[in-house]
Design a protein around this ligand. Structure first.
Ligand SMILES: [Mn+2]
Length: 398
């Protein structure tokens, strides 16, 4: 059986709202035309409570797909959920859709509408002629609960067929930031293929002697360096165990680092314009250009560099994102030191972020009534910086 594996469509992602829909649509259409069944390991939607217009996008995409003539079908689903269609599109909710267990999430809604099959905490059997494939799904849970949930569910492979384990969690070997993240060796044994979502760039590994695949997202979100890799989906052939990666068209993305130590502001400016010019030229579609400035300038020098002006200059040709976050050399060195000392191993990224936040507040002599942890939650709850800052300011000064 030929399976298409694609992930993290993030419908409704505000910053690149149209891209999210367009690229999800292209990926799903191409995936459907090349496969007998589709597997989606989480984050179809960007938000746990998508707006009606975003739900409509999801419904439109999957209604188009479920109306196709499929060669395979979902023959059964054992577990916590019920299948309302035999269409061979299997999905789980990811971290972005996750809600408390008793409440329906957006992926479940698509499943209840019979547009796909939500296989979280269950095992679906795909059938094509006499060929059968078992797909076990573990819906996204918060990372500190992964071990407990795995132990409780104890996913096991079905006899005499190809077995796939589908989930949406961080893996320690890939993201070595928290001991809460499970390791490869903690994944359930006996499966022929492991499919994970959550991480937005493509990853191919071998686990328990079997392939472990993360297709990555279909839309740019984090603007990390690794996201320059092409986006797309896997086609996996269960009869040969071979697979290929199929690219989709995406908005071009260029990540540029500029070391500015010892440079004058004028020189930095010239260099910035030249780099962006280079990234923009030859691109038919408006590219996203992320520039990370690194190093140290004369004290206070960097403040006189107007980054808005650069973004404005290229407004019609590119989406510019310039980061000064890496400029505080002392802090970077400290962070590097912490990583070397294994500090990340014992606390979560959230707690680590919180400790940096508290430190900064203390330095700035923060004395307002709102508790720093409430403020931290507000600042990290929104998808865009502007919105988060506005929300925080409203709370602080209303
Ligand atoms: Mn995601």
């Amino acid at each position: 059986m030929k399976l298409a594996i694609l992930s993290d469509l993030h419908l409704g992602y505000e910053r690149f709202f149209d891209d999210a829909y367009k690229q999800a649509s292209e990926a799903l259409e191409a995936a459907a035309s090349l496969s007998d069944a589709i597997i989606i390991p989480g984050d179809i939607f960007d938000n746990r409570a998508p707006k009606p217009e975003v739900l409509a996008q999801g419904i439109n995409l999957f209604r188009n797909l479920s109306g196709r003539e499929w060669k395979a079908r979902t023959a059964s689903l054992e577990g916590a959920k019920k299948a309302y269609t035999s269409v061979p599109i299997l999905a789980i909710p990811g971290t972005h859709e996750r809600r408390s267990q008793e409440t329906e999430n957006a992926v479940q809604l698509l499943s209840l509408a019979g547009l796909l099959v939500d296989i979280s905490e269950g095992r679906a059997i795909l059938e094509k002629g006499g060929d059968r494939v078992a797909v076990y799904g573990l819906g996204g849970v918060s990372d500190e609960r992964t071990r407990e949930v795995l132990e409780k569910l104890n996913p096991t492979p079905a006899k005499e067929m190809f077995n796939i384990f589908v989930f949406h969690q961080s893996i320690y070997e890939i993201l070595p930031f928290s001991k809460d993240f499970i390791t490869f060796s903690e994944l359930p044994k006996g499966f022929d293929l492991y499919v994970d979502g959550h991480i937005h760039n493509r990853i191919e590994k071998t686990v328990n002697g079997k392939p472990f695949l993360i297709p990555g997202s279909t839309v740019l979100t984090q603007l990390k360096e690794a996201e320059q890799d092409p986006k797309g989906f896997f086609i996996f052939d269960t009869s040969t165990g071979k697979y290929s990666f199929n690219k989709i068209n995406t908005r071009p993305f260029t990540f540029i680092r500029i070391g500015i130590t010892g440079m004058s502001i004028d020189k930095i400016k010239t260099r910035l314009y030249a780099e962006v010019e280079k990234a923009v030229s030859g691109s038919s579609e408006k590219p996203i250009v992320r520039i990370v400035l690194e190093g140290k300038t004369e004290k206070g020098g960097i403040e006189s560099l107007d980054l808005q002006e650069v973004a404005k200059h290229f407004e019609t040709h590119a989406i510019i994102d310039i980061s000064k976050d890496n400029l505080d050399e002392d802090r970077i060195n400290e962070l590097g030191e912490d990583v070397r000392n294994g500090m990340f191993e014992n606390i979560s990224i959230r707690d680590y972020g919180m400790s940096i936040f508290l430190e900064r507040l203390k330095k700035g002599k923060y004395a307002l009534k709102i508790s720093p942890s409430v403020l931290f939650d507000i600042l990290s709850s929104e998808t865009t910086k502007d919105k988060a800052v506005k929300k925080a300011l409203d709370l602080l000064f209303s």
